[in-house]
Design a protein around this ligand. Structure first.
Ligand SMILES: C[S@@+](CC[C@H](N)C(=O)[O-])C[C@H]1O[C@@H](n2cnc3c(N)ncnc32)[C@H](O)[C@@H]1O
Length: 430
């Protein structure tokens, strides 16, 4: 007795036998690993004309397959199969969509499937109610008959029966087995139409090949089936690292830049003034009148540096940005038209945050905020505050993105006499 048996109830057994008798499934059936029977429903009609269908009650288009031949056919199959864990499935566009998990379940929970193929308008509902255990659909579309769907189910379930494929690995490594798609496959020649096989596959190093393939599986699933990727639970360190790597590789070049902060020194002044000029031009070109009046300047930066609160960010040997992180309270913050998140004065302040033109759109600005928060936390501060011109949209957006809460409007007074003195004040609790 074959380990797994499938009976397909159909009006077209010959054409199905042709397909199922070929290749891997055909060979598996020949050597007895599985048994697949295509049974002619028409052989079980109780009328002389061998009629299997009739007009639908209530009128309408097409014909409906009658319950009696279907039931007699099913009884015959059950009698033939003997004691087995049988599941009667009607192939139907109204059924549960078929997928690898459904196939695994059918393979695991039963050793006998009866697949009922409808035709025309379908089958008499009373047969479904009386005899069918479940309905399975090949997808959200309508076929002429259930045969193609039944062959798909039979093929997919059979290839997981021991003895059908050479090894379990033949199907456990494939698409959909563990929620991923398979890696790309290549065969001879090594170069075809100018396209070479990925070098990793030619190393002969099994571990390298395995690692490369795993990464490709994750990458392909992300690209081709984002819906599947979203459901993935990354449980291994390797997968987590690979996904990080894939995401990093896909970042725009600017977002890949890495920044190193250090305390600014007087000798950095030329580079800092260069960045300050670029920041001022950017504000002017954006229609913001902040910093257009001589402030900040060399003296202000020098004071920051001397007080040890000036921080510079380097990227690939270049000075990319600057900020002042002050641990002392700001006098004008007391008169906020609004309300700070914290009472008292145990807060740090970010002043004079500026980025070089080449580093706009990178992670620099958010790293500046992070550094300020780290320094503030290290000094036992309970929050960080920052203010920005009401028209400085990028800075307002950044503050909000970094988790700062808008607290109200601050009047800077005469710090920049020819510009709007009002600033939006933000605060973040540490
Ligand atoms: C034309 S269809 C009948 C469709 C039916 N009148 C309905 O609208 O739900 C004829 C037969 O094809 C099979 N069939 C059609 N689409 C299918 C699908 N997506 N999956 C599985 N079987 C399907 C069913 O066995 C069905 O009885």
């Amino acid at each position: 007795m074959a380990a797994y048996r499938i009976d397909i109830m159909t009006l077209f057994p010959d054409s199905m036998r042709g397909v199922l008798g070929e290749s891997i499934i055909g060979r598996a059936a020949k050597k007895g690993a599985v048994e697949i029977n295509c049974v002619q429903i028409r052989d079980f009609t109780a009328n002389k004309q061998m009629q299997v269908d009739d007009y639908p009650y209530g009128g309408g288009w097409g014909l409906v397959m009658m319950a009696q031949p279907l039931k007699s056919c099913l009884d015959y199959i059950k009698a033939q199969a003997g004691e087995r864990k049988t599941r009667v499935i009607y192939m139907s566009p109204q059924g549960k969509p078929f997928n690898q998990e459904e196939a695994k379940r059918l393979r695991r929970d039963y050793d006998h499937l009866v697949l009922v193929c409808g035709h025309y308008e379908g089958i008499d509902e009373r047969f479904i109610e009386e005899c069918v255990d479940e309905e399975i659909s090949l997808g959200d579309f309508v076929l002429t008959g259930g045969e193609i769907a039944a062959m798909a189910v039979a093929d997919c379930v059979c290839r997981m029966v021991p003895g059908v494929l050479a090894d379990e690995e033949c199907y456990t490594g494939e698409s959909h087995w563990d929620g991923l798609l398979e890696y790309p496959q290549y065969t001879r020649p090594e170069v075809w139409e100018g396209r070479a096989v990925p070098p990793e596959l030619l190393t002969g190093d099994h571990e390298k090949v395995r690692h490369w393939r795993r990464k490709k599986q994750l990458e392909r699933t992300l690209d081709k089936r984002p819906d599947m990727f979203e459901k993935l639970e990354l449980t291994t360190k390797e997968d987590k690292k690979l996904v990080e790597e894939i995401r990093y590789e896909r970042l725009p070049d600017k977002l890949k830049l890495r920044f190193e902060p250090r305390r600014a020194e007087e000798s950095d002044m030329d580079a800092l003034l260069g960045i300050l000029d670029e920041a001022k031009s950017f504000l002017r070109d954006s229609g913001v009148d902040q910093w257009q009046d001589g402030y900040p300047n060399r003296e202000v930066l020098s004071e920051d540096i001397a007080a040890g609160r000036g921080w510079l960010f380097e990227c690939e040997g270049r000075v990319a940005g600057y900020e002042c992180v002050a641990m002392t309270p700001e006098e004008c913050y007391k008169g906020i038209d609004g309300k700070w998140l914290t009472e008292g004065e145990n807060y740090a302040v970010i002043h004079r945050a500026m980025a070089g033109a080449d580093f706009r759109g990178s992670r620099l600005a958010s790293e500046m905020f992070s550094l300020a928060e780290e320094l503030a936390a290290g000094m036992g501060k309970t929050s960080v505050r920052v203010d920005t011109h009401r028209g400085n949209k990028p800075m307002n957006r950044l503050a909000q993105k970094m988790g700062y809460t808008y607290c109200g409007v601050i009047d800077l007074g005469l710090l920049e006499p020819n510009s709007d003195p009002l600033r939006n004040g933000y605060e973040k609790l540490l």
